[in-house]
Design a protein around this ligand. Structure first.
Ligand code: GLY
Ligand code: MN
Length: 441
């Protein structure tokens, strides 16, 4: 009897705690509060002024890949369903509504194959907080009214691909159609605390994968075996997919910037460039390290490696609010030019190291690994990569070091700092056996 009473109290208490938890957690989708999605839509509508916005998401699931919603539609709604279209209208629209999300009805067959998807109903309206959710069957009729009431309309590429520009033009031949991408690019630059949490999760998964890769790399191992342990670490850390195809380029492949075949067998004396990024809840990481296959850099490899590291550090030091990516690129290039090291290119001539830095210094990072660029100076809240490299095909030496940074009032913070990059630490990391393999011994 006593025990019965006690368990009853305990279950009531647990229920209370669970409810308190539910009340204190704001409603969210994919780790972003619904209120934040609403603010994003409001900010976009404000930027658009009197212009209407028609933004389509991905229409179907590619056979070879999991469905991934278009980043812009995801940014504005958090809805992961094929065939979605979002229409945003100025506050005072005569159509009596300022945001409508059009969704497909789901057939019983689709439910059998794909499970429940968000459909145009009350539940989805509450789940998303979008003002109105309607069936895509009503889309054409609604777009005709939009074209009449708001002759200036901004569309995204997917809306054009779906022929929605034609529908608008037919309804109003005077309609002026433009692109919405530029406005979204500007909005997506500054990351919120919720976005930074997701980015940090993506970075954590990617660092874990680098540690696993460092342990796997050895003479005789195949590049794809390294890829396998990277994939395992990503998934184990909750990442849904790779943010881009993993680059595991050893020996001559270290000089191919976007090498992703990953079929070669690594050899003693090779360097291997490992450029990888997990995607976590639609946010991407992008971190590169270069490892010596034997576990020790040769003196030449080490000297070149240190020059690349110095270029990264110089850019990092200069990364303060107001500087452009272009200026940081120039600083890194100058650092490489000032290195005393020289190398021969395939034309037989000798060059300073900046000659072998064959790509841009970095890019914006966010929902996409290469987030849309605006060319504007870096401001607090921007997340970006710094990734200098030198690629010397005559020596089969490719070296790239890439980290992820957050701009703050006081300068750039390295978000991926938990993964070491100095050569001694890289060598130590390679020597560490995995807990599993040490147990087996
Ligand atoms: N991590 C690949 C790239 O930035 O292009
Ligand atoms: Mn990158």
């Amino acid at each position: 009897m006593r025990l019965w009473r006690w368990t009853r109290w305990l279950s009531l208490w647990l229920l209370l705690v669970a409810n308190l938890h539910a009340v204190s957690e704001p409603a969210s989708l994919w780790g972003i509060p619904l209120s934040e999605y609403a603010l994003r839509r409001d900010a976009l509508r404000e930027q658009a002024g009197e212009q209407a916005i028609v933004l389509a998401g991905e229409s179907s699931t590619p056979v070879r890949l999991k469905f991934r919603q278009d980043s812009n539609l995801m940014y504005l709604t958090g809805v992961e369903a094929p065939g979605a279209v979002l229409v945003l209208l100025p506050e005072n629209s005569p159509l009596g509504v300022s945001e409508v999300l059009f969704l497909r009805e789901q057939s019983p067959i689709s439910r059998t194959f794909e499970g429940e998807l968000p459909t145009p109903d009350e539940r989805t309206q509450q789940m998303t907080g979008v003002q109105a959710v309607r069936s895509v069957r009503e889309l054409n009729e609604f777009l005709k009214q939009v074209a009449q009431a708001h002759p200036q309309i901004l569309l995204n590429r997917l809306a054009r691909n779906a022929g929605l520009d034609q529908t608008l033009r037919e309804a109003n031949p005077e309609a002026q159609l433009g692109s919405v991408e530029r406005l979204l690019a500007a909005l997506r630059i500054k990351k919120s605390p919720a976005e930074l949490r997701l980015l940090r999760n993506a970075i954590r998964a990617t660092i874990d994968a680098h540690r696993a890769a460092a342990r796997k790399i050895a003479p005789g191992a195949y590049e794809y075996e390294v890829e396998a342990v990277i994939q395992e670490a990503f998934r184990r850390n909750g990442s849904e997919r790779d943010a881009f195809p993993s680059i595991i380029g050893s020996g001559p492949n270290s000089c191919i910037l976007h090498y992703s075949a990953n079929r070669r067998r690594m050899q003693q004396g090779d360097l291997v460039v490992v450029d990888i990024g997990a995607e976590y809840s639609y946010y991407a990481a992008d971190i590169t390290r270069t490892y010596p296959v034997s576990g020790k850099f040769s003196p030449r490899q080490r000297a070149l490696y240190l020059s690349v590291l110095e270029a990264q550090k110089a850019a990092e030091r200069a990364a303060k609010p107001g500087i452009t990516m272009h200026e940081l690129d120039r600083i890194a290039r100058e650092t490489l030019r000032n290195s005393p090291l020289r190398a021969k290119d395939t034309d037989g001539k000798e060059y300073t190291l900046d000659h072998f830095f064959r790509h841009g210094l970095g890019h914006a990072l966010g929902m996409d690994v290469h987030d849309p660029e605006t060319g504007q100076p870096l401001q607090p809240g921007a997340v970006f990569t710094i990734e200098p490299g030198v690629y010397i095909p005559t020596e089969n030496i490719g070296i790239r070091i890439e980290d992820d940074y957050l701009m703050t009032q006081r300068g750039a913070i390295k978000l991926s700092a938990a993964l070491p990059s100095d050569p001694a630490a890289i060598e130590r990391m390679m020597g560490q056996k995995s807990p599993l393999s040490s147990k087996a011994r």
